[in-house]
Design a protein around this ligand. Structure first.
Ligand SMILES: [Zn+2]
Ligand SMILES: [Zn+2]
Length: 350
């Protein structure tokens, strides 16, 4: 239903979580853009804090992408449609989760069916382009209706919003090919590592071994289907041989350990983004013909598949370790930064 009141209020500024630089996170008013004919305005209900949000918070950037203007963070967003543009195929009142990725559809990678590698991709809450793409940690978000994926009845938005990180895990498993009957290693028991463990065990892996440098995340790994957990100390570690390994920590020693753990002819999927240049045991890769595969984000089909898995009862509750109201965003970011205690921290809006 289209309401006068919401139209009027929609141009009013909204409260948002804005990163101004390293360790300068503020809850403040930001302007609301205009609703385009193919847009929807979403009343944000819940947002998940992601590793990249934490990098913006702690370092003022992710990898090479530094904040050059105030940036509203957040790309794991779910809420309720408040109003839609005249050409948008959505209904107000509908509950939706946002696919944060908008690929151009025209570049060579898009035309090859690899939209996650689009050279012009716009990703919610990202400093990759200038001006930055402002994110979804705000009370109301205007976004293209095509990025709004309806949430099946009965699935809480707090669960549905896990579609985004789960889609990253789905994509990584798709990159690996079949895991049926395979022994799988996951290095790094953060949100993505745990979700990969969950998807890999659903995908028929005969064993799922998860490693981390802290014991608390490994306890959560056991709760999402890891058949074995290994507490690694600092440095590289010798691990049992596996058919496929997923590196999900971004830590250079873990990448080296994972590569050595893959059996000859096996596969390593690298998901965690390490900082800068990283030494790898190239000999172990070459002489044993280990296939090394990069995995980056996901496409819209994988995002929808992730939502369907959640609607079908995939249990991600062991990962949901904290929820804070918008006004306590800084507390929420600090809590999310303590990975001994938390895996996925969420913010609630409105
Ligand atoms: Zn994320
Ligand atoms: Zn493209």
């Amino acid at each position: 239903m289209w309401m006068e009141g919401s139209l009027r209020s929609s141009r009013e500024p909204v409260q948002a979580v804005v990163a101004h630089g390293a360790h300068d996170l503020r809850v403040e008013e930001v302007p609301s853009p205009e609703l385009g004919p193919l847009d929807a305005e979403v009343g944000v209900v819940v947002g998940g804090i992601c590793g990249s949000d934490l990098h913006y918070y702690h370092e003022g950037g992710v990898g090479d992408f530094m904040i050059r203007q105030p940036l509203v963070l957040g790309h794991e967003i779910a809420g309720t449609v408040l109003r839609v543009g005249e050409g948008a195929e959505l209904t107000s009142g509908e509950r939706v989760v946002i696919d944060p990725s908008s690929s151009c559809g025209l570049c060579p990678m898009c035309r090859r069916g690899r939209p996650n590698l689009c050279s012009a991709v716009q990703f919610l809450g990202s400093a990759a382009h200038f001006p930055h793409v402002q994110g979804g940690f705000r009370q109301r978000l205007i976004t293209s209706a095509s990025n709004c994926v309806p949430v099946p009845d009965g699935l809480p938005l707090e669960t549905a919003v896990m579609s985004e990180p789960l889609a990253v895990a789905v994509h990584a498993v798709v990159r690996a090919g079949t895991l049926i009957g395979r022994r799988v290693l996951v290095t790094g028991a953060g949100p993505i590592g745990l979700l990969i463990a969950l998807v890999a065990s659903r995908a028929g892996a005969s064993a799922v071994i998860v490693t981390d440098i802290e014991s608390e995340p490994l306890e959560r790994a056991a709760r999402v289907g890891a058949t074995q957990t290994v507490h690694v100390t600092s440095g590289t570690q010798e691990l049992d041989q596996v058919d496929a390994a997923f590196e999900a920590s971004g830590a250079p020693p873990a990448l080296a350990s994972a590569l050595r753990a893959v059996r000859p002819g096996g596969q390593l999927v690298v998901v965690g983004l390490p900082p800068g240049l990283v030494p790898i045991p190239a000999g172990a890769m070459i002489t044993r013909e280990v296939d090394v595969t990069g995995s980056f984000r996901f496409d819209n089909d994988e995002f929808r598949a992730a939502l369907t898995m959640l609607a079908n009862g995939l249990d991600v509750s062991p990962l949901l370790t904290g929820r804070f109201p918008l006004k306590d965003a800084v507390k929420a970011f600090d809590a999310a930064s303590d990975r001994s205690k938390t895996t996925k921290v969420q913010l609630t809006f409105n």
